[in-house]
Design a protein around this ligand. Structure first.
Ligand code: SF4
Length: 407
């Protein structure tokens, strides 16, 4: 049997790093304050990067730093200095896109493993092998490849291959879209996409500028440029047998709750496959669980049908059925308390979200502050002691089902 791929999760801050590790990521990718796409992804200060390195070492997990911005001439000197500053942190790899950045890293820090970002759009083995000669160790293949193409590249290239397994998709080649830069001045290629592909558009006649004629494909609105979110939970065996080395979850800007659920589902699926590949079947419960994070209708992207990837969803809305209630922390006395994110009341039905797909519903009871004072409501940022299920552990998350929207 092939090796089980690494599960690679995003971290937008130190809390999300903890969550990714708690819920089973083998490796985490994050960005520093400089030279990383995802301008608003809560990028890490140098101090935070050092802390992230410490934590991942402690748990023997890998840490990859994104340096995937396209450098302008004015950036070169600062980039060189940043590389020198980073060297003592000894990251497991840098993720790059720009050949100039690659050349500078090879000059200053020649032994650092290098991963090629999806922004470079590698779609064939000749390109993969070209990048290998340039010193790249791993390639994140373009999302636009089919499973057959991934297999062919695997056969023709010894490089480590990484593919996205879950998260948002673009209607453009990843990183090659100028819609946001053109309409808002915020460039997707600098990590600042405003997602205009998902906006609602209208038609305006030039002499009647205040009259908007809605463009409607149907009652759900207009979604000619909307892509489905990628979800490959049904296809773990195919990806393993294709020889993929790393399965990457998209979304440094996603919430801690999203990260916990998605990481735990894929961790569980991979572990289940590893323990019994012959009898492995995708459990419908895993898919139901992935429906409980904010997402747009799921699809398999280009994996099976590169000519007709069926990326138009039925409407442009996000699906949100559950809300993040809080995270469990341990206080110095060894008690577990809840750091509240959304308001809840005694008697509410909550669910404890633990690793290995453990989910435990319970009624919130006996809410109190650390000094023992009873609480009638738990508000965001409160630290609350309460009765929790016996399986609850620090690092677990609480959630609540949202009431159905009124019609
Ligand atoms: S506008 Fe849409 S297609 Fe373009 S980069 Fe942003 S998310 Fe992707």
């Amino acid at each position: 049997m092939k090796n089980i791929p690494e599960l690679l999760a995003p971290a937008g801050d130190l809390e999300k790093l903890d969550t990714a590790l708690h819920f089973g990521a083998d490796a985490v990718y994050l960005g520093g304050e400089k030279f990383s796409l995802r301008a608003a992804a809560g990028n890490f200060s140098f101090k935070d990067l050092a802390r992230a390195r410490e934590v991942t070492r402690k748990y023997a997990k890998k840490l990859y730093l994104t340096l995937n911005a396209y450098l302008h001439q004015k950036d070169i000197s600062a980039f060189r200095n940043f590389l020198k500053e980073l060297m003592p942190l000894d990251m497991d790899a840098y993720i790059v896109s720009d050949p100039g950045a690659l050349a500078l890293i090879r000059d200053i820090d020649p032994d650092r493993p290098l991963h090629l970002s999806t922004q470079t759009n590698t779609t064939n083995a000749a390109a993969a092998n070209f990048w290998r000669e340039m010193g790249i160790h791993r390639i994140n293949l373009a999302r636009e490849l089919s499973l057959d193409e991934i297999r062919e590249i695997r056969t023709a290239s010894p490089l480590e291959l990484e593919v996205f397994i879950h998260g948002a998709m673009c209607v453009a080649y990843s990183g090659r879209c100028l819609l946001s830069a053109a309409l808002t001045g915020r460039s997707a290629n600098q990590g600042a996409c405003t997602h205009p592909c998902r906006w609602k558009y209208a038609l305006v006649e030039e002499t009647r500028p205040d009259e908007y004629l809605p463009l409607e494909e149907d009652a759900g609105g207009t979604y000619i440029m909307n892509s489905r979110d990628l979800c490959l939970i049904d296809h773990i065996p195919e990806l393993v047998s294709a020889g993929v080395n790393s399965l990457k979850i998209e979304g440094r800007m996603k919430s801690r709750y999203y990260l916990a659920v998605v990481t735990s589902v894929y961790r569980h699926a991979l572990d289940t496959f590893l323990s019994s590949p012959q009898s492995y079947r995708c459990d419908p419960l895993w898919k139901k669980e992935l429906e409980k994070v904010s997402h747009r209708p799921y699809g398999t992207g280009f994996l099976f049908s590169p000519e007709n990837q069926g990326i138009q969803p039925q409407n442009s809305n996000y699906i949100r059925t559950h809300e993040f209630i809080g995270v469990l922390l341990e206080n110095p006395d060894g008690q577990i308390l809840v750091q509240v994110r959304n308001r809840f009341f005694p008697g509410d039905t909550l669910e404890n979200v633990s690793p290995r797909m453990q989910r435990t519903a319970f009624h919130a009871a006996s809410l109190r502050r650390h000094d023992g004072t009873a609480l009638e409501v738990a508000q965001p940022n409160d630290l609350v002691l309460m009765d929790l299920p016996p399986s609850a552990r620090p690092g677990d998350l609480l959630r609540r089902e949202k009431p159905p929207a009124s019609t």
